[in-house]
Design a protein around this ligand. Sequence first.
Ligand code: SIN
Length: 282
Amino acid sequence: MRNSRFDVRPTSPAVGAEILGVDLSKPLSAAETEELRGALNDFGVIFFRDQDLSPEQHIAFAERFAEINVNRFFRSVPGYPQIAEVRKEPKQTANIGGGWHTDHSYDEAPALGSILLAREVPESGGDTMFASMHHAYEALSDGLKQTLEGLRAVHSSRHVFGAAAQYSRDVAGRIGNPDLATQDAVHPVVVRHPESGRKILYVNPGFTTHFEGWTQKESRSLLDYLYAHAARPEFHTRFQWRKGSIAFWDNRATWHFAINDYHGERRLMHRITLEGVPLVRR
Ligand code: SIN
């Protein structure tokens, strides 16, 4: 990156960069914060290594970027309601986030992003994949882009976090408050990223239920086409965690997928989610 205070190393052509030469336990200056914000806009997700932050330092780092969203569903770290636990114990089989999704798309103002800090990781496995939804959008044909520009999609938390949801049962004890799973939001299918101005394909397999004005059945095949398209590996990067690693991703610009391949081992992550803004087409 130009004139960088940090060493910024892209992890794939489409998405992700590792940032070296920064100690996040120390307060960031305004210039450093802006540089990291720029890297987040350029790469969609930024990674840091060996950041053994206390919960207070994790919170202070997050607050440099936006207000913290206190998650309604996740169990929090005792004493720190701002920090959600993403946990899988050796005896558990389901993990949290084990499918392509973007957090909080069911909110009217979807979260800006999340800052995930690895506290305990399996010996191998438990990687997280990220997809660039800007590159996925750009690779579509002009005709399909034009069709999508006219559409809006409905996103919901009900079928994921509600009492009747299979996922809610699979990760019982780690998420709660099913009665609060009442959010439905409608967003344009193609949004302008509020900071970078790039066009983003904004539907995701986790929370999008259908196109506005279409039935779920009618929506299925086009959504499935878009999901298969965005799942192409050239839009992805894959992050291998170590204790003290951080991934800071932009929820508008990326999808993520926590790989569940480490049964019998514990994986414990601390996640802070940042408030975002309503999304618009232009
Ligand atoms: C999440 O979906 O927020 C969790 C991602 C992960 O645990 O890697």
